[in-house]
Design a protein around this ligand. Structure first.
Ligand code: PLP
Length: 228
């Protein structure tokens, strides 16, 4: 087996164990393979091992990889910060966007979503770590923003996304993810998605209801930001 295939089976076992420990169906937790800084060849290898959903943070890097992988039936997710001038390409080239945190961006994505594609799946990113994070709306902004976004015609609001402050303390991880789950429940909207949990904290996220875990390092290995 390739390293990526090996890593994927280790991850599948971690996800399964965490789901069962939480009394959840393992199939209710999906793996999003986060391939930022990794070449298209690594995504191809992940596909061969069974990956179908790929997450990217940087638009141009994602478009380059998509162009190399048009032969594969992959579902692409945008998970990085979004500038207004990038919304059209994101609306055209992705099935999901996990990192929406303001109405202006959501409105542009809705207006720019091509009519021949299904509604764009959206997760609203919420900041549960206060000053420690620049991305995500505040818990106070969340209700009005979620209501406004769910009214946009070409978007389908699926749920929340969060990136809590990294910590090795599992109780603190659990508390942050529980907050996201509670915020989602308090909205009273028909949402089915919680995008939370990464390589180091997926167990805590699954215990608190994650439906997408976004995994980079544990699947593809450490990222090398020194490469062009
Ligand atoms: C890079 C990234 C991930 C993956 O993180 P790992 O710790 O490598 O698993 C997940 N979500 C987002 C938004 C990211 O930017």
């Amino acid at each position: 087996m390739s390293t990526i295939a090996d890593n994927l089976s280790t991850l599948a076992a971690r996800i399964r164990a965490a789901a069962l420990a939480a009394g959840r169906e393992p199939a209710a937790v999906q793996l999003l393979a986060v391939s930022k800084t990794k070449p298209a060849a690594a995504v191809r290898e992940a596909f061969a091992a069974g990956v179908r959903d790929v997450g990217e943070n940087y638009l141009q890097e994602a478009l380059n990889k998509q162009a190399e992988l048009t032969d594969l039936p992959l579902t692409w997710h945008f998970i990085g910060p979004i500038q207004s001038n990038k919304t059209r390409a994101i609306a055209e080239h992705f099935a999901w966007v996990h990192s929406v945190d303001r109405l202006k961006i959501a409105q542009r994505l809705s207006e720019q979503r091509p009519v021949d594609l299904p509604a764009l799946n959206i997760c609203l990113q919420v900041n549960v770590s206060g000053e420690a994070s620049k991305s995500g709306c505040t818990p106070e902004e969340l209700p009005a923003l979620a209501r406004a976004i769910s009214a946009l015609p070409r978007l389908r609001l699926r749920g929340l996304m969060a990136i809590p402050e990294p910590t090795d303390d599992e109780a603190a991880q659990q508390a942050a993810f529980a907050r996201v789950r509670e915020l989602q429940a308090s909205l009273g909207l028909p949402l089915d998605t919680l995008s939370m949990g990464m390589s180091h904290d997926l167990e805590a996220a699954i215990a608190q209801g994650a439906t997408w875990v976004r995994i980079g390092t544990a699947l593809f290995g450490a990222r090398d930001y020194g490469q062009p």
